[in-house]
Design a protein around this ligand. Structure first.
Ligand code: ADP
Ligand code: MG
Length: 381
């Protein structure tokens, strides 16, 4: 669907995106995950044809950019970081206007607008002025405009930023729905968001791709670090000796001794997966294995590890990037000063909001459809 090859984007001497290559397959939800300044918006602006790369190539649905930019743009619906909403229009007027801009044939326009409104839950607010809608509903309008023209690919830049937990849940649910009919790429600096919504995750740090894979795959791939906990029946010496005989084991220590039940932590400096070799060695020594588990890293740990170790610290001192680059956005509050409009939205640390969302989502999980009244039809301020 999308092929990105050796993509680089420089702003002056600053590499915002560096030699990036990846493929996006049809029908999946992809998450670009990375802290602020990682290059997510830059990549999206390039894929959607709004920004030219410094070098490298991009093709969208078989159309190379920039040569076939207009054909490529027809295949993509885009919700930029700052949705281009005309707030003095009603939802309906605005969507009809966008349909016209996207050259949706007149005969199809009404239908497409209705369908986009239905899919994004906007029917009830269609006659209302956008400026009177809450941020959650405005975001839906932004997503609805991206759906006009029936694009195969939908690209959403930080679609849940600035929303309250209930709105975040609604928008995530909506994105999952969209994933059934479209290839979706979204960006986020919130790990649990991509974990909850995406089939594939691309972890970015300072414009470089650090890892790609399904969320579970990523944590599995980077898990273990060759650390194994094993409980076996036998004498302390026999168990330890059997484990230490395994080639890849560089260290083995007893954690717990409970009669004949010995629990040992074994490590491999090379990061090898020790499970098979250790269980075989114990069996050969006549020690029954009662429990065996590789130490796994959560995706959160993986993300922290990947995004914290930066290979090339060449950050520009810009007003919008004052030290925020090293923030993961998942365990700490972003360091940058929020702008006036953002200030009210960023009152809670992302982590806290995220935990609330996770809890609420878990509570709502069994019946996802009906328990979601429009929570935010009115704007407070
Ligand atoms: P993200 O969306 O992941 O937060 P961006 O793609 O917006 O990251 O930015 C990546 C890097 O490029 C950041 O260091 C940012 O400061 C820089 N950058 C983005 N846009 C511009 C610009 N127009 N001029 C100069 N630097 C920019
Ligand atoms: Mg961005």
């Amino acid at each position: 669907m999308i092929e990105v090859s050796h993509l680089t984007k420089d702003y002056g001497s600053h590499h915002a995106v560096c030699d990036l290559s990846f493929r996006v397959e049809e029908g999946q939800i992809y998450g670009l995950l990375g802290p602020n300044g990682a290059g997510k918006s830059t990549i999206m602006n390039i894929i959607t044809g709004y920004l030219a790369p410094t070098s490298g190539s991009v093709s969208v649905a078989g159309h190379p950019l920039p040569e076939e930019a207009s054909q490529a743009k027809c295949c993509v619906g885009y919700l930029p970081e700052q949705p281009p909403l005309y707030t003095d229009m009603t939802v309906q007027e605005y969507l009809e206007f966008v349909a016209q801009l996207k050259k949706v044939p007149r005969s199809e326009r009404k239908n497409q607008v209705l369908r986009a409104q239905r899919r994004t839950g906007l029917e009830e607010v269609a006659p209302r002025l956008i400026r009177n809608l809450s941020k959650g509903y405005r975001q839906r309008v932004g997503i609805a405009q991206a759906l006009l023209g029936s694009p195969k690919i939908v690209i959403l830049d930080e679609p849940t930023v600035g929303l309250d937990p209930a709105q975040v849940i609604e928008i995530r649910r909506l994105i999952r729905e969209l994933g059934r009919a479209h290839t979706v790429i979204l960006s986020s600096h919130i790990l649990s968001e991509v974990q909850a919504v995406c089939d594939q995750v691309l972890i970015l740090s300072h414009g470089r791709l650090m890892a790609v894979g399904a969320p579970q795959e990523l944590s599995a791939k980077l898990s273990a670090h060759g650390v194994l906990h094993v409980t076996a029946l036998g004498s302390r010496e026999t168990v330890l000796q059997a484990i230490r005989k395994v080639d890849q084991v560089s260290q083995a220590t007893v954690d717990q001794e409970n009669g004949q039940e010995i629990t040992v932590t074994a490590r491999s400096d090379s990061g090898a997966d020790l499970r098979a070799a250790v269980s075989q060695a114990l069996a050969q020594a006549g020690c029954t294995v009662l429990a065996l588990s590789a130490e796994t890293m959560s995706l959160e740990q993986v993300f922290l590890e990947l995004t914290e170790s930066d290979p090339a610290q060449e950050l520009p001192q810009q007003e919008d990037s004052s030290g925020a680059e090293n923030q993961t956005g998942i365990s700490e509050q972003p360091a940058e000063e929020p702008s006036d409009e953002e200030a009210e939205e960023n009152t809670a640390p992302p982590r806290a909001v995220d935990e609330i969302i996770a809890q609420v989502e878990a509570a709502f999980a069994p019946e996802p459809e009906k328990n979601s009244p429009p929570d935010d039809a009115e704007k407070e301020d």
